[in-house]
Write a protein that binds this ligand. Structure first.
Ligand code: SAH
Ligand code: SF4
Ligand code: F3S
Length: 440
């Protein structure tokens, strides 16, 4: 038998890309590839890319440029671009960077083995179709290898919301939900391989409406099915849109013990004028009332958010409304971005905010969000949480894991193993993590 070929994958962007990279590695595993941690000894390099902001997309070209020397030394090295830049730019990528052999969009990953074979024969290959078939069914080339205690599982993909700033509906396509039985089988398989916590993924995950035994299911119904899987201890999901936060899902946060008290619910802005121009289809007030209802169901839930500042025509008063909304919600964690013009999206044509002004707003927003994040993290001190241990810490006997609220927690003198859950009393709050002790 010949030596296995080596595959180096670099992943950018969101968690769905992380999940997709695993699937691509498995698909190419069937073609005799094993993963390597360094591009230097790779026979194939795949960049799984993100197109959400200009910086993310441009990074791909600088990264590709760095492989020039490697390709000159090793003419058999194949270089591929996958993910959302592949979908958005297609052929243009090979024009801009001729060393690219293969371009594959997110809906065509199941065709990678054929594409790889063609690339090996010296062809330039491109596939950015949105085929009808279920790529995940065709990507089931799973080795039964043991895994870490946490995993992602894509249940829904694509988006029909068309927020005026966002490329996702174009790069991932229309919203599609996977049938429930396939998700449950995959979850069962993950648990058999050591997984204790599953994060259900979708660009619009709470719009999930996959086929079940008795018609389409909601995300909450799917969660209740997963709740029955023995050995699965924790369920999370991301990312949700405020308008798809249905009653049964809110209720599940109060009644389903495996569903963790953490919710990522992006609002983007606090001004109704801007929300309308973003095509978000909700107001600041409706979002705040929604948060109230969620907190009524699960008072200790940690709320996380996404924000964009400097959206076209955002005034200082509009920005102030974002700060006011943040003050009212009190976020446990948040991601904030300066608006980035994306070609082909509706907002790209509109009058832009002065970049210096946008930078200044971003700084002010981040200062407030960081302060809130700190306060929420510090408020955990003295409380008891459940920790799922994920790895050994830096010091002998120390273990690190995540609390129900997704805070990193360090525990000294810890006799538990990776994958164990334990009750922990929080003793102190550090820069980016908590420290605690096991409760006997
Ligand atoms: N599906 C998710 C988010 C997808 S993108 C949702 O509906 O919320 C993740 C985040 O990137 C978005 O929430 C938004 O805050 C940010 N983002 C998207 N497009 C952007 C753009 N053009 N410029 C700056 N930030 C953007
Ligand atoms: Fe993008 Fe999310 Fe809006 Fe869909 S709902 S268009 S993924 S920001
Ligand atoms: Fe980026 Fe595509 Fe995810 S644009 S955020 S990798 S869906």
């Amino acid at each position: 038998m010949s030596a296995p070929k080596k595959l180096f994958i670099k992943t950018y962007g969101c968690q769905m890309n992380v999940y997709d990279s695993e699937r691509m590695a498995e698909a190419l595993g069937g073609e005799g590839y094993v993963e390597t941690k360094s591009p230097d000894d790779a026979d194939m390099i795949l960049l799984n890319t993100c197109h959400i902001r200009e910086k993310a997309a441009e990074k791909v070209y600088s990264e590709l440029g760095r492989f020039k020397g490697l390709k000159a030394e090793k003419p058999d090295l194949k270089i591929g671009v996958a993910g959302c830049v592949a979908q958005a730019e297609g052929q243009e990528i090979m024009r801009r960077q001729p060393l690219v052999d293969l371009v594959v969009g997110p809906q065509s990953y199941h065709r990678l083995p054929e594409m790889e074979a063609k690339a090996r024969e010296g062809e330039k290959v491109l596939d950015t179709d949105f085929p009808e078939e279920d790529k995940f069914e065709k990507l089931k080339n799973r080795p039964k290898a043991k895994r870490g205690p946490t995993a992602f599982l894509t249940v829904q993909e694509g988006c029909d919301k068309f927020c005026a700033f966002c490329v996702v509906p174009y790069t991932r396509g229309a919203e599609v939900s996977r049938p429930a039985d396939r998700i449950l089988r995959e979850a069962q398989d993950l648990v058999e391989r050591g997984v204790r916590e599953i994060t259900l993924l979708g660009q619009n995950v709470n719009a999930y409406h996959g086929a079940g035994a008795n018609g389409d299911m909601t995300l909450a119904q799917l969660i209740w099915e997963l709740d029955k899987v023995d050995g699965l201890e924790r369920i999370r999901f991301t990312t949700s849109h405020p308008n798809d936060m249905q009653d049964d899902l809110i209720e599940a946060h109060g009644t389903c013990a495996k569903l963790m008290p953490y919710l990522h619910l992006p609002v983007q802005a606090g001004s109704d004028k801007i929300l309308k121009r973003m095509n978000r289809a909700h107001t600041a007030e409706s979002y705040l009332r929604l948060i109230e209802r969620i907190r009524a169901a699960r008072p200790d839930i940690l709320i996380s958010g996404d924000f964009i500042v400097g959206f076209p025509e955002e005034t200082e008063a509009d920005f102030q409304a974002t700060l006011d909304l943040v003050e009212e919600v009190k976020y446990g964690t948040a991601y904030s971005f300066k608006y980035s013009t994306r070609p082909g999206t509706p907002a790209a044509e509109r009058p832009q905010v002065d970049p210096k002004e946008a930078d200044d707003r971003l700084q002010r927003l981040q200062a407030l969000l960081t302060k809130q994040q700190r306060e929420v993290q510090d408020s955990m001190v003295g409380r008891d949480v459940t920790v799922l241990f994920e790895k050994a810490g830096r010091f002998p006997g120390q273990m690190v894991g995540k609390s129900d609220y997704l805070h990193a927690v360090h525990v000294a003198d810890c006799d538990r193993a990776i994958g164990d859950l334990a009750r922990v009393r929080i003793l102190s709050s550090g820069a980016n993590s908590l420290a605690g002790a096991l409760i006997d």
